[in-house]
Design a protein around this ligand. Structure first.
Ligand SMILES: CC(C)(COP(=O)(O)OP(=O)(O)OC[C@H]1O[C@@H](n2cnc3c(N)ncnc32)[C@H](O)[C@@H]1OP(=O)(O)O)[C@@H](O)C(=O)NCCC(=O)NCCS
Length: 174
């Protein structure tokens, strides 16, 4: 694989992020979102983002984006984030999603998050394999968790502990 450079996103990446995310939205296999994001919207989103948002470059081209969203407004869950990773279709299957997910977890831990959650369509084989490879554990499946394209979708909930929480859980599993 060409050298991959994960780094914090800036507003200048908005066009690339919009294009990569919109590809995922259009495929109807990764998210309940159905409306494509405009570049302006993404630029405002990046500028306002208080949680980790990364892109990955290959030979100077942004080919993937990943971000952490707040899980809850409740203070007690401030260290729990929801993780999303999108790789441009032409660049999938080469380890980029894995590398970006690991970089996102490292940045989230650095910023004080103790847990990442992932919510995946059970039918999305690539994302199911990605989270397994990145050390997430399956929490359970939400049945008929939302509708997309006229049909119900089941959603797999996964989690990965970070930092001290991971160390504590490893000492007293189960
Ligand atoms: C899911 C996604 C981020 C994975 O990124 P990627 O760069 O292709 O993943 P990697 O190359 O690092 O591979 C990760 C795992 O997924 C598997 N994988 C990759 N593409 C796959 C495909 N098309 N079908 C099945 N498995 C696939 C790999 O084999 C690997 O699993 P393994 O370790 O068991 O062999 C990417 O496919 C994508 O952007 N999909 C659309 C958006 C999406 O679904 N995002 C996740 C929801 S937030």
């Amino acid at each position: 694989m060409d050298e991959l450079r994960p780094r914090l996103a800036t507003a200048a990446d908005a066009s690339a992020i919009a294009s990569i995310y919109n590809e995922g939205i259009a495929a109807r296999s990764a998210t309940f979102e159905t409306e494509p994001r405009s570049v302006d919207e993404v630029a405002r989103w990046v500028a306002a983002s208080v949680h980790p948002m990364l892109v990955a470059e290959v030979r100077g081209e942004v080919v993937a984006a990943g971000w952490i969203s707040a899980y809850s407004e409740r203070l007690c869950y401030g260290g729990v984030g929801e993780c999303s990773v999108y790789v441009a279709a032409d660049h999938r299957g080469r380890g980029i999603g894995t590398a970006l997910c690991e970089a996102l977890a490292a940045e989230a831990e650095r910023q004080g998050f103790y847990k990442l959650l992932g919510k995946l369509f059970t039918t999305n084989e690539a994302s199911n394999r990605l989270v397994r490879r990145c050390g997430f554990r399956e929490v359970g499946v939400h049945l008929c968790h939302g509708r997309l394209g006229g049909g119900w979708r089941d959603v797999l909930l996964v989690e990965r502990l970070l930092g001290d929480a991971a160390r504590v859980a490893a000492r007293s599993p189960g």
